[in-house]
Design a binder for this molecule. Structure first.
Ligand code: GUN
Length: 291
């Protein structure tokens, strides 16, 4: 069997086009232009590329974006000052602080300081708490993007065994929370595996949907995948100047029913969901009740 390739780039483009129309409709009705403020601290080249891609996608959807670039030696106080300024700026609807941050800054302190109404990454404890309770304000971009990939590819999640590799705050944990919700595109039986999990292959081979988010190139081998499973690769690893995922793509695609490529799978969906959250934030903050 050869897996069908889930084209995240094409699906994300379709979503971005839908969003572009929604943005212009909102803009015409209210006179408000949705505005994302992105903060980039230091000069990590990968982070700079991610933020630039997010900004480009904003432009294409007629969402305003401003980039706040801070030096690598920025103090926590300085960064908190910028966050506060953006929190109170009535023209800013979404705030994104690209992670990771330099060592002298406590990430959680920054995420805690972002106004929940502008928390388009959904990393604030209030955002996470609302997700836990099944009444989200914003959904975290990468897990939401994966859920949309599954939905738009017609992959049934209800009653499916979804196995997630990785327990990060950005992907693993919130992914599990989304898939276990009582709603369309969820209702799954969820297992989270991590570095201390015993007999990993015994669990992964029982997955109907296997989601790899551990940041280890080629970690998921063919022997870890059930024939006919759906494999979602969240990994973006740089190996010899090439981007590779957490999945050993060629052999696994011989076994799986469907698989996401890297690049062009999950990555573009993360950005599309960020735009969606930014529009939602602008709507909410400007009291737009239509839709
Ligand atoms: N670093 C890696 N992924 C993300 C993300 O989704 N948002 C932010 N802010 N930083 C990240």
């Amino acid at each position: 069997m050869t897996a069908s390739i889930i084209d995240g780039k094409a699906i994300a483009l379709a979503i971005r086009e839908e969003l572009g129309l929604e943005v212009s409709d909102f803009q015409e009705r209210t006179g408000v232009t949705p505005h994302l403020a992105a903060i980039l601290v230091g000069d990590d080249p990968a982070s700079a590329i991610y933020v630039r891609n997010k900004q480009r996608a904003c432009e294409k959807a007629a969402i305003q974006s401003t980039m706040h670039r801070l030096e690598a030696d920025t103090t926590q106080q300085q960064l908190l000052g910028l966050v506060e300024q953006l929190n109170t700026d009535p023209l800013v609807h979404g705030i994104l602080c690209q992670l990771p941050l330099p060592d002298q800054i406590q990430e959680q302190a920054i995420l805690d300081a972002i106004a929940p109404a502008k928390d388009v990454d959904a990393f604030h404890p209030e955002s996470v708490g609302l997700i836990v309770q099944g009444r989200p304000r914003f959904l975290p971009c990468t897990p939401h993007g994966i859920q949309q990939l599954l939905l738009r590819s017609g992959i049934e999640t209800s009653g499916a065994h979804v196995v997630i590799l990785g327990r990060s705050e950005i992907v693993g944990k919130p992914m599990a929370l989304l898939m276990v919700q009582k709603q369309e595109g969820a209702n799954a039986t969820v297992t989270i595996c991590h570095s201390r999990t015993r007999d990993l292959a015994a669990i992964t081979t029982s997955a109907d949907i296997l989601i790899a988010a551990i940041g280890r190139p080629g970690f998921v081998t063919a022997g870890m995948v059930k024939p006919g499973a759906v494999v979602i690769d969240v990994g973006i690893n740089r190996v010899d100047d090439r981007l590779v995922g957490d999945v050993d793509f060629e052999p696994v695609s011989e076994i799986a029913a469907a698989i996401t490529p890297v690049p062009g799978g999950v990555g573009p969906m993360t950005i599309a969901m960020l735009l969606k959250n930014t529009l939602a934030a602008a709507r909410e903050l400007s009291g737009d009740l239509s839709n």
